[in-house]
Design a protein around this ligand. Structure first.
Ligand code: NAD
Length: 480
């Protein structure tokens, strides 16, 4: 069986303990590969390699670092089918989605920051007596990048590109459930001749490898994307070393439809925002709130469209929803649905059994699920399910929808659907979230800040926000 090893100082090596974790295919429920179960010693070696490479990499011209990013992007582009296939195998997502979303966006992340760094400007001020202040931004050192399983390469490159181009060296800790595209990335770094130690990859569990990275004094910053509970642990682990921490965490995103929303146009969009990537995107809208006068009509048409969704083999072009990531997650989502029904919810879609052929009969497939009649105070409206499950409720006045949307520990995003842009603008200001989409969803301009409020995160990434996170400003004042 294929074994995935760590990549440290430009070389692939066994974990020190020689222990491996079994990775199960979400598509078949069978063993897929083994991945290094790294411990503290592996992480310390990787940090050491990053430290050794830092003096030279941090003083390499930004244009040269930018060129390396472009070369990595071009090499991924050449191998894009292989990357897409690996991403689909590891996650269970449709191959077509990996080809059209995950891998192109990963390539774009690298090109975007390769370009962005070349236009970065800094502040320079002159005081009344003529003294000059100017600001230089310096890389931090070795930084840790800890990433989840839902968009593995997409989210890793979103951190890796700005970290490298600003002169840091990195230790990546991808999710133990999706190691393959990060491994392919290590091959690409090798192929383009990236100096050893600039990118190091340590595979394994969060509680061991991830926790060592977060707590180690030799790591200057952690950029983390993952669950809120893990974010809390990472913040505590990182606290005593005063390292910089960026946390991109979970969400429970409201989708608000006002009575003038054009249903013909928007129902396909609401289907996407509910069930794309099996609903396993932190930004998926899972709490749909519809104004009273269009509620029945919306519900009828939305349920009809949901029932038409093709769930099945991720390898087929006709599939819209593939498998959930793991048995554990599959059971967790099912438990949440059962809980909703126990609390008086009505299931309008998702209960029909799925009969899938071999070899996918044992995979973790679930139908898209729609639940109504859950009361406002149901704990499920406060819980991130992170699967293909949405609730639908009605409201009378827009301010009620805002109250309901804000009644959540999370604050990642929301979407608003209406033709009244002035009203939408006002409501957007009232929503306690990091991003509001009006008449669209998942549109991302990489220049704008991205992140959450409340339990959805700390800090912002994106464009100059990322370049600023991975550097420290230094002010130099000259008496002329
Ligand atoms: P997770 O928190 O379980 O794991 C994320 C990463 O953290 C993995 O690499 C894991 O090994 C590591 N980890 C786990 N415990 C750790 C510890 N104690 N110390 C250090 N590292 C540790 O999340 P997941 O299940 O992989 O991903 C799903 C979650 O990610 C959802 O909550 C989703 O909303 C969130 N997410 C957020 C965003 C965003 O941009 N806000 C994007 C994608 C996913």
């Amino acid at each position: 069986m294929k074994k995935i090893n760590n990549f440290i100082n430009g070389q692939w090596q066994n974990p020190v303990s020689l222990s491996y974790l079994d990775k199960i295919s979400p598509r078949t429920g069978q063993h897929l590969l083994q991945v290094a179960d790294s411990n503290e010693l592996d992480v310390i070696q990787a940090i050491g390699a990053g430290k050794k490479a830092f003096p030279e990499w941090s003083t390499t011209a930004p244009t040269k670092r930018s060129q390396y990013l472009r070369l990595i992007a071009q090499q991924i582009e050449k191998r894009r089918d292989e990357f897409a296939w690996a991403e689909s195998q590891d996650t269970g997502k449709p191959l077509a989605l990996a080809k059209t979303m995950d891998i192109p966006r990963s390539i774009h992340n690298l090109h975007f920051f390769a370009e962005r760094i070349l236009h970065k400007q800094e502040l320079c001020t002159t005081m009344e007596d003529g003294s000059l202040n100017y600001v230089v931004r310096e890389p931090l050192g070795v930084v840790g990048l800890i990433t989840p399983w839902n968009l593995p390469l997409y989210l890793l490159t979103w951190k890796l590109a700005p970290a490298l181009v600003t002169g840091n060296t990195v230790v990546c800790k991808p999710s133990e459930l999706t190691p393959t595209t990060t491994h392919l990335l290590s091959e690409v770094c090798h192929e383009v001749g990236l100096p050893p130690g600039v990118v190091n990859i340590v595979h394994g569990r969060g509680a061991t490898a991830g926790a060592t990275l977060a707590s180690h004094p030799g790591v200057s910053a952690i950029s983390f994307t993952g669950g809120t509970e893990t974010g809390e642990k990472i913040q505590a682990l990182a606290g005593s070393t005063f390292k910089k921490v960026s946390l991109e965490l979970g969400g429970k995103n409201a989708v608000i439809l006002l009575k003038d929303a054009p249903l013909d146009k928007i129902i396909p969009e609401i289907i996407r925002s509910s069930f794309l990537n099996q609903g396993e995107i932190c930004l998926c809208g899972s709490k749909i709130l519809v104004q009273e006068s269009i509620y029945q009509e919306f519900l009828k048409r939305f349920v009809e469209e949901t029932q038409k969704i093709v769930v099945g083999d991720p390898m087929l072009d006709s599939t819209f929803m593939g498998a959930l990531i793991s048995q554990h997650h599959f059971e967790k989502v099912q438990k949440n649905i059962a809980q909703a029904l126990k609390e008086g919810g009505t299931q309008l879609a998702g209960h029909e059994p799925l009969h899938l052929p071999e070899p996918i009969a044992q995979g973790y497939f679930l139908r898209p699920t729609v639940i109504t009649d859950l009361s406002n105070c149901s704990p499920l409206h406060q819980t991130e399910i992170f699967g293909p499950v949405v609730t639908v409720n009605s409201f009378k006045y827009p301010h009620e929808a805002i109250k309901w949307a804000n009644n959540s520990p999370y604050g990642l995003s929301a979407s608003l659907w209406t033709q009244d842009i002035s009203k939408a603008h006002k409501l957007a200001r009232d929503l306690q979230v990091g991003t509001v989409w009006i008449n669209c969803w998942l549109k991302r301009d990489l220049r704008v800040p991205f992140g959450g409020v409340k339990h959805s995160g700390v800090g912002r990434e994106g464009g100059d926000y990322s370049l600023d996170f991975f550097t420290e400003p230094k002010t130099i004042c000259i008496q002329l």
